[in-house]
Design a protein. Sequence first.
Length: 174
Amino acid sequence: MKILFFTFFFTVYSFLASSEIVNDVITNNNKRISKESIISLGSIKLGIDYDQSDLNAVLKNLYKTDFFSDIKISIENNKMIIYVDENKIIQTIKIEGIKSKTIQKSILDQLQLKNRSPFVEYKVKQDLSRIRNSLSESGYYFSKVEISVEENNNDTVNLIYYIDLGEKAKISRI
C-alpha cells in the first residue's frame, strides 16, 4: 500500500513540478521601472530551466524591493511573463503641528519611509507607531498623531503627519 501511495505521489508531483527554459522576459504594466531593472532585481537569468521554486524565488526577490504592490509570473513558450502593479512613490513627507525643528528632524530620521521611496501601507503604520513611541519616550504621553495621504496625478503621494504634542509630562517631586 505504501509503495502504491509513494508511486502515485511521485507521479503527480513530477507533473506539477514541470519546468521550462526561459529565453526571453516580457514585462507588463511597468511604468517607472524598466524591464532590465526587473530582470536584475528578480535575479532572472536567460537560458536557465525554471521550475516553480525558481519562480517563487524571483517573486520573493521582486517583492523585497517594495517597488510593487502585486506581481504575477508565468512561463509560456519559453518566455517569462511578468505582470506588475507598481507602488506609488512618496514625493514629500511633512510634519505639521510641531514648531521645533529639532523634534521634526528627530522624527523624520526615525521613519522608514523617506522622500522618493515606495509608498507601502504597512510601513506607514510602522512609522506611525515609531512616532508615537518616540513622543512617549520624550514625555509626550498624550500626544495625538494622524496621517493624511495626498495622491498626486503622477503616481506619487505626499505624506503629512499631523501631530498634537499635548502637555509634556513632568516629574515635580520624588
